[in-house]
Design a protein around this ligand. Structure first.
Ligand SMILES: *Cc1c(COP(=O)(O)O)cnc(C)c1O
Length: 233
């Protein structure tokens, strides 16, 4: 079933790319992050074996437990959920990329732990474009304020932006969020040439996100079905 779902999702990704009405500076390849949270550890191995190159987990503790069961595997691990500073060290040890860098305080903690580990940690800046109170992420103002400071984090490699759109029945209603994410990306790219990643879009809205310029999508449900919240890690 996973194999079939992967084929379907990939076809929709390709179709969305073809629907783009203008060329985007994010290129015409989309990286699929297979979101394995709240699924058993073995799902990670299955995904890598079927050619998935990146998996996404939203909690450090869960990722750590899974890592102990299935090992690193053949692909990359991305953290996509809010990270507490006291877990920065573990996150640096596990994740190839932290997509959910959402405050200066957290970036300082990750930078420090990466230095100690002798690692340059890849991160994305998560921006709360729709200003949803219940969601984390830099507010647009705080994001603007941190951009000039990015070179101060010697052990962080900022590769781009991550955006989560509000839940919506109709993804047309949130198209503006992705369009705004793309605008911020273009501006950041002008200032920092090594920016290359715009992570936007989940199961219910990834096609719209790709049309607006996403080159990374994070998809769980469409690949693995409903999450099992009774699983304990
Ligand atoms: C859970 C999660 C996803 C995947 O959500 P689906 O709707 O299952 O595709 C993507 N991004 C983030 C940040 C998540 O927490």
């Amino acid at each position: 079933m996973l194999q079939e779902n992967l084929i379907n999702v990939q076809a929709k990704i390709d179709a969305a790319l073809l629907r783009r009405t203008e060329e985007k500076i994010t290129g015409n390849k989309v990286t699929l992050v297979a979101v394995t949270k709240n699924h058993p550890a073995e799902v990670i191995t299955d995904a890598f074996n079927l050619g998935v190159s990146v998996i996404g987990e939203n909690r450090v503790q869960e990722a750590k437990a899974k890592r102990e069961i299935v090992g690193k595997g053949s692909g990359r691990w991305h953290l996509i959920g809010h990270l507490q500073t006291n877990k920065a060290k573990q996150a640096v040890a596990i994740f190839d990329m932290i997509e959910s860098a959402d405050s200066v305080h957290l970036m300082q903690a990750v930078d420090k732990e990466a230095a100690k580990a002798g690692k340059v940690q890849e991160i994305l800046l998560q921006v709360n474009i729709a200003r949803e109170e219940q969601k984390t992420g830099f507010s647009p103002e705080d994001y603007e304020a941190v951009v000039p400071e990015l070179d101060n984090f010697k052990n962080l490699h900022v590769r781009g932006l991550m955006v989560i759109a509000p839940a919506a029945e109709n993804s047309e209603d949130i198209r503006w969020v992705f369009a705004e994410g793309y605008k911020l990306y273009c501006k950041l790219k002008q200032q920092r040439s090594d920016i290359d990643t715009l992570s936007m879009g989940m199961t219910h809205d990834y096609e719209t996100a790709i049309e607006e310029g996403a080159n990374m999508v994070r998809i769980g449900t469409a690949l693995f079905g409903q999450r099992d919240y009774s699983l304990k890690f």
